[in-house]
Design a protein around this ligand. Structure first.
Ligand code: SAH
Length: 347
């Protein structure tokens, strides 16, 4: 295949072409891929980077994901739930720092039931002009509806692996189909949805990653979050190797080519395996960064993986470091909510 042809003269990519791009190994060709990804990003978003402020409000989880430090079987990590008041105080800090998306993230924790989550959404939306993203795992279809009505705008639910066999291994027999049904339902009732995978999970192939990208296309995701797998202590995968920075960058760049106008985050996971992970993500076509505002003492215990960057630092310091890192690259920080540019989010 001719690299120039495939980077510049294509609107739609086949599975084979995606695999070809993911397998590029020549550094000059990889640079061309990144260059093209940035051009496409800039054509839709200019130099604007969107920030999403994350609140990890509970690390209780009833799931058993083999890669995740929050899995129920992990009896070593101290579990916490932030109070509603603490969550709302953190939302205020995010808003006061100029960020216009608040991400409420947790393990699958039914203590935060339909009403409590609705209360949080409603309270935040009543006070601040922000978008709310929920990232609470798989919950009830009625709950998704109620939270949409309460004011939630987006739902982040990574499919993690589009290979049904691997999915069932990683998730103790859970079914990929079911997760896909949740994503489709969320999209249908008007959420902007985000999905994606982890790169470098045990037994994953390049063809699997291509299928992850194709599933994101099929789901018509508004944001595509692809980050490296990082082993987490006290999990079955604790001794597995972490995902690779360059491969993660290549995946992000190919996602930009294939999905074009979606939001793509330079993830904290990428920044945790590489000192310049955010920069490298932005140089591969990302346009979103999600600073973590979870306050101490909770922050250090949201241990989805080990050596997560910034867990012992002050969220406001991290935020200002992120801002300067973005600006040093010639980008500026968007003042808007950064909604999907694919379509309107209303029902
Ligand atoms: N429980 C929610 C959200 C919290 S986990 C859910 O299921 O969606 C958020 C994300 O962290 C997951 O989607 C997963 O992709 C990522 N994650 C979990 N364990 C990880 C690990 N060991 N390395 C890298 N990312 C991980």
């Amino acid at each position: 295949m001719n690299i120039k042809e495939i980077l510049y003269n294509k609107d739609s990519y086949s599975r084979e072409e995606i695999i070809f791009l993911l397998n590029l190994s020549d550094s000059v060709e990889i640079d061309k891929l990144f260059q093209r990804a940035k051009e496409i990003r800039d054509s839709y978003f200019g130099k604007e980077i969107h920030l999403r402020g994350v609140i990890e409000f509970s690390n209780y989880c009833t799931q058993h994901c083999l890669y995740c430090g929050l899995r129920e079987e992990n009896l070593i990590i101290p579990r916490y739930r932030m109070s509603a008041e603490e969550i709302l105080d953190t939302a205020k800090i995010i808003y006061n720092n100029g960020i216009r998306t608040i991400v409420l993230q947790s393990g699958e924790d039914s203590f935060f039931d339909t009403d409590l989550i609705s209360y949080l959404i409603y309270s935040i939306k009543r006070q601040y002009d922000v978008a709310i993203t929920l990232s609470l795992g798989q919950r009830g279809f009625d709950e998704y509806k109620t939270w949409k009505i309460a004011g939630a705008d987006r739902y982040l639910l990574k499919h993690e692996s589009a290979n049904p066999k691997l999915y069932s291994i990683y998730h103790k027999k859970a079914k990929l189909d079911e997760r896909i049904q949740h994503l489709k339902f969320l999209k249908r009732i008007g959420y902007q949805i985000a999905s994606g995978n982890m790169i470098g999970l045990p037994n994953q192939t390049v063809a699997d990653i291509a299928d992850d990208i194709l599933l994101c296309r099929e789901l018509d995701v508004d944001m595509a979050a692809f980050g490296p797998f990082i082993p987490s202590i006290n999990t079955p995968y604790q001794n597995m190797p972490a995902g690779d920075t360059l491969m993660t960058q290549k995946v992000m760049a190919v996602v930009r080519l294939v999905l074009k106008n979606v939001h793509i985050p330079a993830t904290t996971a990428l920044d945790s395996i590489d000192d310049f992970g955010r920069e490298k993500g932005l140089s591969a076509g990302a346009n979103v960064i999600m600073p973590n505002f979870t306050p101490a003492p909770y922050r250090e215990n949201y241990l989805i993986y080990t050596n997560k960057r910034g867990i012992n630092e002050d969220p406001l310091d991290i935020h200002s470091q992120i801002k300067s890192r973005i600006e040093a690259l010639g980008h500026n920080i968007s003042q808007s909510r950064g909604d999907s540019i694919k379509r309107s989010s209303s029902i």
